[in-house]
Ligand binder design. Sequence first.
Ligand code: F3S
Length: 644
Amino acid sequence: MATLAEKIIRNHLVTGEMKAGNEIGIRIDQTLTQDSTGTMAYLQFEAMGIDRVRTKKSVAYIDHNMLQSGPENADDHLFIQTVAKKHGIYYSKPGNGICHQVHLERFSVPGDTLLGSDSHTPTCGGMGMIAMGAGGLDVAVAMAGGEYRLVMPEIVNVELKGKLNKFSSAKDIILEVLKNFTVKGGVNKIFEYTGEGVKSLSVPERGTITNMGAELGATTSLFPSDERTLEFLKAQGRENDFAELKADDDAVYSEKITIDLSLLKPNVALPHSPDAVVPVSQVRGTAITQVAIGSCTNSSYTDMMKVANILDGNTVHENVSLVISPGSKQVLAMLAANGALSKIIASGARILEIGCGPCIGMGQAPGNNGVSLRTFNRNFQGRCGTDSAGVYLVSPEVAAFSAIKGFIAGEEDFDENVDLDIDIPEKFMVNDNMIISPADDGRDVKVVRGPNIKTFPKNCKLADHTGCVVPVLIKVKDDVTTDAIMPSNAHLLPFRSNIPYLSEFCFMQIDKDFPKNAKKNGGGIIVAGKNYGQGSSREHAALVPLYLGVRAVFSKSFARIHKSNLVNNGIIPLTFKYEADYDDIEKMDEMEIPNLLKQIEKTTIIVENKTKNKQYEMELKLSGRQIEIIKSGGLLNYMSLKNV
Ligand code: F3S
């Protein structure tokens, strides 16, 4: 009576009991990094002093920072390329594709575990893998052969019935799930898809759904491995990687929702949250200035072919800039070979380099007050590079029809005659010449470090912290994203391996004086509302506050990955026992955790507000191992103390 998630976890279980809410440790088969988190992950891996990765397969992708408007990006790429060659890691060159798209195509294996330093790593759940996003340090530990610790999630069943209509797509399914569960609704949950509707979805369509499961805050999402999986692997020339996997018929789930695909209409997520979902019909006619098609959510061969067919013989509206970035070299090469690319170009679309591009704010910022329609997975304010712009998230079909019309298109605007019945090809064009294999013996490989590669901050042991009374440096509201903590715009992305420089921009959208204030006070506390640190696996949202002396975060609740990133860096994540206490605290209140070394062993911790002369009860919801990590001053210190 096991779910598929339970079966895969059981096969990889190293520590703990598989009971929802318990901490467990699992063995990781594969890892992936992308360049913006990868530099730090490899610096941390090097700090462990291990010659060669101990995973079955580890891959380093370059897909985020490719503008090269200064020397920093190229220097970072060379560091990653050489460190990969030396330590047994495959290196996917810039231009080969977005990490999740390429991993799904070329490396994913049903039944394996995958840990990636990118929050959309769950994309490979579409292949029947337990694929999770984590901080770079967790990935470095997994590369070193260490287990990955997580809270055993509850398993939610999403049953899919029926078949999608012509103009509805996989994107509309996941937007529907987001509407139901919201961006907070997936924390410590795995979303497992079952039902007859699953068979109607190809692996890339499943990947769209599992990709955006990250927006639910879920640990991961998962599809069975079935004949559609075999079909995809065969078309990639990898049928030997296939294994049939599914949940038992009598599997027990903690929760269940059913979606009838035949009733699903095209959906849209309104600015500025991926769960602000309404049917497209509600905003039909909204004038748009930009359409962007691509990202790790919607850049597969089938997505692009549908777009090409819609654009075929049409012209992009005069008021719209349509930008398209295919997800991988494989996809672009196939579009070029079958003539679809020329249809796209002829329509007036702008073809961007293969990569994350506008999704991570690397170019294509909309104009002031612009309205951008995107097939991406996130639409937080400012992420696109323009604070006043509104970003709407839709399927590639809605995006392409809208680009022609000049407004958000509804069903009455769709062309019934367009062929959208496109499945994966019998054979993908396979040419892995942009994936560089590691050296058989890396001992002679020299790692090249440009001046942008700086060392990273390390915490000291809890016992060595002096000065117990510290001020509240900032007080933020609910749903603060890692983007808001450590922004990631085109200017800052090249400096991901340069924490001192980045620190000058910490919390810049909320309080531009935060870095100065933190330095002046020798550090302090962050006070936050619910779901603090949602949105991405960005370890820099913990590393930079650590550099600025942040000791603890008091919040109503935390996003999963960010909470472990805080722990991994020795920053104490405390949750208000009574949420009303949040209202009581003001910026610059002086706080103390008396007898910290004793209190840290307890689940309820008393915090004193010296300014207001009050006490608050806070909860420390951590495992025994996480407490030890905090006491050691972070995971790297913990590992060297334990000699693991
Ligand atoms: Fe890249 Fe955007 Fe995905 S930054 S990895 S395309 S979420």
